[in-house]
Ligand binder design. Structure first.
Ligand SMILES: [Zn+2]
Length: 105
């Protein structure tokens, strides 16, 4: 996955297009990510126990990784990234627009 937890990404498709948020969760198998503040779904819950509130809960639903772009702080927009292999064989990501390295947080 080119997206990691705590990355700042921009949503590029759907109702939340243009929104930015932090990646809260990465699901590599499903190639999906949960982005803070984006793709809200409403869950209607019934009170199950005495004293339970029930009602409508809003929470973020996973978005497909192809629908988000990593935000380059230098370009200040969602960009495509290039993966570089460093001398120590670790991977680094750089912006295809300006070449800026985008660190994992
Ligand atoms: Zn850039």
């Amino acid at each position: 996955m080119h997206i990691a937890k705590n990355d700042i990404v921009e949503i590029i498709a759907g109702n939340d297009r243009g929104k930015r948020g932090k990646v809260l969760k990465v699901m590599p198998k499903a190639r999906r990510v949960v982005v803070e503040g984006a793709n809200f779904i409403h869950r209607h819950t019934k009170p199950r126990r005495q004293g339970d509130q029930g009602g409508i809960i809003e929470r973020e639903a996973p978005v497909h990784a192809s629908n988000v772009m990593l935000v380059c702080t230098k370009c200040n927009k969602g960009v495509r990234i290039r993966t570089k292999i460093l001398a120590d064989k670790s991977k680094a990501r750089s912006c295809t627009q300006c070449g800026e390295m985008i660190e994992r947080r």
